[in-house]
Design a protein around this ligand. Structure first.
Ligand code: ADP
Ligand code: MG
Length: 239
């Protein structure tokens, strides 16, 4: 389950239409970035893909299978948020192991996978610490590690770096790029309002505006041939 298709997907909260007919075909292994102004529906779209939010109408397909009603836990997806939401009373190790314990994985299997993910993210020396004993950047890496341990086929990131200072943002961004490179064929969908993140991470960028897809293309395409001033404003001129 790694190719993701949205077909005329809509979302309303009561009488308010928030997503107004989105068509999008995200390839297996692709790094897709969503950009657009605050309130345009980026988080809602991610939450619908993850199953945390119902789809009002339209279809969501994973590898050509309709999954509109599939439970979030069965979608092979891991989501990383802006606020890391670690369990404060658990060590880094237990935070990372928690999902696998719930899934009744074996102890040795859990240890192997947690240690491998921790090494990948260079937090293997922090496994005995509590979240409050970590920096913001380290906490965010634990949150990413927790996602990796579950071995998802799809990662969804919702502005994962926006709470970090500038230097850490760059470092963690490079780690996410490396992660995508190292995890063969893992599909990533990444929401950001940071132009540099979008331009450097994306295979393709999807520009959203008021619940509608304004343009989809590679960073080069959007930079060279924006189809509106709106897209040019998001992509063309660095802040
Ligand atoms: P973004 O992530 O692009 O900033 P969101 O997806 O969070 O935008 O929100 C899109 C719109 O949907 C906003 O106008 C927001 O107020 C509205 N919205 C989001 N979630 C809910 C909800 N649970 N109930 C009502 N309105 C919501
Ligand atoms: Mg959002």
């Amino acid at each position: 389950m790694a190719r993701i298709q949205l077909q005329n997907v809509r979302k309303s909260f009561g009488a308010v239409d928030v997503i107004k007919g989105v068509d999008l075909d995200i390839q297996k292994g692709e790094f897709m970035v969503f950009v657009g102004p605050s309130g345009c529906g980026k988080s809602t779209l991610l939450r619908m893909i993850s199953g945390l939010e119902d789809i009002t109408s339209g279809d969501l397909l994973f590898d050509s299978v309709r999954v509109n009603a599939l439970a979030p836990s069965k979608r092979g997806i891991a989501m990383v948020f802006q606020s890391y939401a670690l369990y404060p009373h658990m060590t880094v190790y237990d935070n990372m192991a928690f999902g696998m314990k719930l899934a009744k994985a074996g102890k040795d299997d859990i240890r192997t996978r947690v240690e491998k993910a921790a090494k990948m993210l260079q937090i293997d020396h922090l496994l005995d610490r509590l979240p409050k004993q970590l920096s913001g950047g380290q906490r965010q890496r634990v949150a990413i590690g927790r996602a990796i341990v579950r071995d998802p086929q799809v990662f969804l990131f919702d502005e994962p770096l926006s709470n970090l200072d500038a230097a850490l943002r760059v470092q963690t961004r490079l780690e996410i790029a490396k992660l995508h490179h190292d995890m063969n064929n893992v599909t990533m969908i990444y929401v950001t309002h940071d132009q540099v993140e979008a331009m450097t991470l994306a295979d393709r960028i999807c520009v959203l505006r008021d619940g509608i897809v304004e343009q989809v293309g590679t960073p080069e395409e959007l930079y060279a041939q924006p189809n509106s001033l709106f897209v040019a404003g998001f992509i063309g001129s660095p802040k």
